[in-house]
Ligand binder design. Structure first.
Ligand SMILES: [Fe+2]
Ligand SMILES: [Fe+2]
Length: 284
């Protein structure tokens, strides 16, 4: 699941058919077939249970996975290329499985959840896919660091951290797949459609920034929890012990580690790490 090399040697041209095959096979061949139903949730001490249940992230986490799953699956249905389509279907299926893992955790520890909203398919499937892809690029980067911080500090019991490990690595595979898809897709657009696509990607980033500013202010207009709160409240819960600079360093190091095992010819998610390195220069 963590290590994957394409057996075909030689340099890779981004945007080629070989590139498409490579990032699809990376996702398909590193799938971990665990089943949420058989996960054994470790017994927690009363203090650990209290820490886990009082984190304000469970509603948001469950709903984020629910939305990601419908968005990815909806986009998959628009794709004619059989290999790409099956990789997208697997990606969407893994999101549905994340939701199941979280639901089982919530059930196992008696965490009360708000009633779940509907997850309607997006009107523009490509928009939904881009929003999910880029938001995962942001959230996974911070989740990698937060997860390592939780492991180090013992904020969560070690067994619980290990139970969750595959979910975190799966998000790493997803963003690796997504950035390679985005580069491949862009290269294969006719020249006159590229500016429109660039504009759409810019709108997605603007939307994600706006969404995260909203969360930072605690705006919750229609009572539905927002995607990125996982990162925000996660760092609030764990962050007190760490400076922002140390947190960014940890995120960068963990990001490297999570990506290190995959074929180096594939592109790496680099926008968020680059922004983080830039922000890091102003922190001590
Ligand atoms: Fe997920
Ligand atoms: Fe994902």
């Amino acid at each position: 699941m963590r290590n994957w090399m394409d057996p075909e040697p030689g340099p890779l041209r981004i945007g080629s058919e070989q590139h498409l095959r490579m990032f699809c096979n990376m996702l398909l061949q590193t799938h971990n077939p665990y089943r949420p139903a058989v996960i054994e949730w470790p017994a927690l001490t009363p203090e650990a249970l209290q820490r886990v249940t009082s984190l304000p992230i469970w509603d948001i986490a469950v709903q984020t996975e629910g939305r990601a799953s419908i968005r990815v699956k909806t986009f998959a249905r628009t794709v004619a290329h059989p290999l790409l389509r099956s990789a997208l279907e697997m990606d969407g299926g893994e999101e549905a499985r994340h939701k199941e893992v979280l639901s089982k955790l919530v059930e196992a520890y008696g965490i009360p959840l708000a009633p779940e909203p509907d997850y309607p398919p997006p009107a523009d499937p490509e928009w939904g896919w881009l929003v999910t892809g880029y938001s995962e690029c942001i959230d996974s980067f911070f989740a990698f660091g937060l997860f390592a911080a939780a492991r180090r500090s013992g904020f969560f019991p070690a067994e619980l951290v290990e139970t969750f490990e595959p979910v975190i690595q799966e998000e790493g595979r997803h963003i690796l797949f997504f950035v390679n898809w985005a580069a491949w897709y862009r290269r294969n657009l006719p020249w006159w459609r590229r500016p429109l696509f660039a504009l759409k990607v810019a709108r997605v980033w603007a939307f994600l920034v706006w969404e995260r500013i909203g969360i930072a202010r605690g705006i919750d207009a229609d009572g539905v929890a927002r995607d990125a709160s996982f990162t925000m409240s996660g760092s609030a819960a764990l962050g007190e012990a760490m400076s922002a600079a140390a947190m960014i360093d940890l995120c960068l190091a963990e990001n490297e580690k999570r990506m290190a095992g995959y074929d180096t010819r594939l592109l790496r998610p680099d926008t968020v790490p680059r922004l983080a390195r830039f922000a890091r220069r102003f922190l001590r």
